[in-house]
Design a protein around this ligand. Structure first.
Ligand code: PLP
Length: 384
């Protein structure tokens, strides 16, 4: 049967019909009055989503473009930066910083474990000369399903006083509470194909007043990704270059849906889906890759040590048309990842777990009582 693909990967995530329909229109001129009105609405709603009074700027770029903008606008060649690396996206931050000639010191944790916040404290306290210009890491590490502790690391950054805190929130924004202003975060980067529920192609960067101060003296080269240009034009509900007009139609519809649901309900839904998924995997006697205390609200990674993870992915895709994500880099074939980010509901989790049980049985794994996964997920869903 065609057209019934169920996307359970951490991005691109499923897109609601009303968002798809919003895109299915002729583009309009980006200097027109109609477009200006849309920009005014989405700009206000992006601030609402980020819980900030400061700027949230929009780029025609994938999430990595937003990350790169988050570096090059606020730092200068040779600046000392602390980068947290505990997965593929943490490593990407380090690569972007190295590409631009920053003086990168990494704080590493094993893939599948959260970053050790104490290591940040020790390094920041030792820096009495205030040479560290930024602390950079990924909140929800999509490659492993680990959620890093932004709040604690941020407290250490605030105690340091000088460094900016720059965070990849690509798979945590719109899934878990990130009060940008209350916490005093400086730069957060995200992308449209994750919690936003729209197709790939837009990147977002929120910028604090402190980061704008750094911008005024930052010396890395920038042109297309010069956020000052976007800020200036955003004040007139405009953009410096031709924006991805149809994706912005989609964004307008998606942000309206998010407002109707409300932030608290969105976070509660992601928490429920995460707990239901984890309870089900435990009931199937499959090991979870990330610990309970650092579980990503977007993605659950499973390490089925007795079975090839790629076989599970291929059978569940072929038999049930459910796309799960595989492991990246050295984890390929070792883990599979279940996405539960964005436009995902209770029914999707129940279906995916039921299909996973059938897939496991098909592959000869019988170390669970049939129905145990579904029962465990249903219990979480009906009791929360
Ligand atoms: C998806 C993702 C990105 C951005 O990837 P793009 O392919 O450039 O959109 C960055 N960080 C994390 C944690 C992600 O999950």
């Amino acid at each position: 049967m065609d057209n019934k693909l169920m996307l359970m990967i951490p991005g691109p995530t499923p897109v609601p019909e009303q968002v798809l329909l919003a895109m299915a229109k002729h583009p309009i001129g980006h200097r027109s009055g109609d477009f200006t009105q849309i920009m005014a609405e989405v700009t206000a709603n992006l601030k609402w989503l980020h819980q900030t009074e400061s700027d949230v700027l929009m780029l025609a770029a994938s999430g990595t473009g937003a990350m790169e903008a988050g570096i090059i606008n606020f730092l200068s060649p040779g600046d000392r930066v602390l980068v947290g690396c505990n997965g593929k996206f943490g490593d990407r931050w380090a690569e972007v910083c190295q590409a631009y000639g920053l003086n990168v010191e990494t704080i590493k944790a094993e893939w599948g474990k959260p970053l050790d916040t104490e290591q940040f404290r020790v390094q920041l306290e030792a820096d009495t000369e205030k040479q560290i210009k930024a602390v950079i890491f990924t909140h929800s590490e999509t490659s492993t399903g680990v959620l890093n502790d932004v709040e604690t690391i941020n407290r250490h950054v605030k105690a340091h006083g000088e460094a900016l805190i720059i965070v990849d929130v690509v798979t945590s924004l719109g899934a878990v509470n990130i009060p940008f202003d209350t916490w005093g975060l400086d730069v957060v980067a995200s992308g449209s194909q994750k919690g936003f529920m729209i197709p790939p192609g837009l990147g977002f960067v929120a910028v604090s007043p402190k980061a704008w101060t750094a911008y005024s003296t930052a010396k890395l080269p920038r042109y297309y990704l010069d956020l000052g240009k976007y800020r200036k034009d955003a004040a007139k509900n405009s953009t410096p270059f031709t924006p991805a007009v149809n994706l912005i139609f989609a964004l307008q519809a998606a942000l309206r849906m998010m407002q109707a649901e409300g932030l608290e309900s969105i976070f509660a839904r992601h928490q429920r889906l995460t707990q239901a998924t984890r309870a089900a995997i435990k009931a199937l006697n499959l090991p979870l890759f990330a610990p309970d205390y650092a579980a990503s609200p977007a993605i659950t990674a499973v390490i089925p040590d007795q079975i090839d993870a790629e076989k599970i992915r291929s059978v569940i895709k072929k038999r049930f048309d459910i796309a799960l994500a595989g492991g990246q880099d050295h984890l390929k074939g070792k883990i599979f990842r279940i996405g539960h980010l964005g436009f995902v509901g209770d029914r999707d989790i129940l279906s995916a777990i039921a299909a996973l049980e059938a897939t496991l049985q098909d592959l000869g794994y019988e170390d669970f009582s049939p129905g145990a996964g579904v029962a465990a997920a249903a219990k979480v869903i009906t009791h929360s």
